[in-house]
Design a binder for this molecule. Structure first.
Ligand SMILES: Nc1ncnc2c1ncn2[C@@H]1O[C@H](COP(=O)(O)OP(=O)(O)OP(=O)(O)O)[C@@H](O)[C@H]1O
Ligand SMILES: [Mg+2]
Length: 257
């Protein structure tokens, strides 16, 4: 893979919080259409890695490139607009809003509805609104939530809230999607469905996906490649088969000498 072909490249990225080195010498390269796993014990630096790439944190040093463009230190909304979306480890839905409204809010960010148009209810606004409702409903159908559009977001069972979070991310029309522990809190049945779902949305939306997941069956089942972090360092990367039998990985997970 050449630098131009990579969807995402992190080059020697470091992040420290005070004296703590949360991510060290991170070098990651993701190709178009890949599903890549990011695993490691608690506190390994996985979420921090997502935060560094999506603009929540600025790296202490190093560079992040999205489709060859340097996005290091850009603001999260600017990175979202370029086509990078994410979900959060702790679900961040608007709790009092309906399922449909949660998707509409995410869409608005991309549609560029302005307050002037909205207040005066200009034809340009109503047309945009009609179109965004249509798109939001289509998206809900894609994630199997079409029968829930009027329900309050928090009335959904956990697995469906995770799907709604993904629908919200998809509403920003990303080409690169980051999922932070999408199977967390799901029962085994929901986790199995999630694997199918991830494969399906990759095809349907032409996505490249990076996922953090503790649920090994899910990671091993959907990821073509993975990176393993421990104490902020990348201790292994390769196919699930390669990574699984790597002594450094076994040691990190089991704590054996
Ligand atoms: N904003 C912050 N300020 C200070 N320390 C932080 C901050 N964010 C993360 N850390 C620290 O950085 C390290 C990596 O945290 P991170 O959340 O990236 O881990 P993780 O691999 O996602 O873990 P988990 O599996 O528990 O979600 C931890 O030691 C954490 O306490
Ligand atoms: Mg985390």
């Amino acid at each position: 893979m050449t630098n131009e072909q990579a969807i995402l490249r992190a080059v020697d990225v470091n992040k420290s919080f005070g004296g703590l080195s949360a991510v060290s010498a991170l070098n990651v390269e993701i190709g178009p259409g890949e599903i890549v796993g990011l695993i490691g014990p608690n506190g390994a630096g996985k979420t921090t890695t997502f935060n560094l790439i999506t603009g929540v944190y600025k790296p202490t040093s190093g560079k992040v490139y999205f489709r060859g463009t340097d996005i290091t230190g850009k603001k999260p909304h600017a990175i979202t607009r370029m086509g990078v979306a994410r979900t959060f480890q702790n679900i961040r839905l608007f709790k009092d809003m309906s399922v449909l409204d949660n998707v509409l809010v995410a869409q608005h960010m991309r549609m560029g509805v302005n307050l002037f148009e909205a207040t005066l209810r200009l034809p340009s606004y109503t047309e945009k609104e009609r179109r965004s409702h249509e798109e939001a409903r289509a998206l809900l159908a894609q994630v199997g939530l079409e029968s829930h559009e009027s329900d309050p977001a928090t009335s959904l069972p956990y697995g469906k809230q995770r799907r709604l979070e993904i629908a919200r991310a998809l509403a920003t029309k990303p080409s690169l999607l980051f999922l932070d522990e999408p199977a967390a809190g799901m029962n085994p049945q929901e986790s199995m469905e999630l694997m199918d779902f991830i494969l399906r949305i990759r095809e349907r939306f032409g996505l490249t996906i990076v996922l953090i997941e503790h649920h090994m069956q899910v990671v091993m089942g959907v990821c073509e490649r993975m990176y393993v972090l421990d104490y902020g360092m990348t201790i292994a990367h390769g196919t699930p088969e390669e990574v699984q039998k790597d002594p450094k990985v076994i040691e990190a997970y089991l704590g054996v000498e």
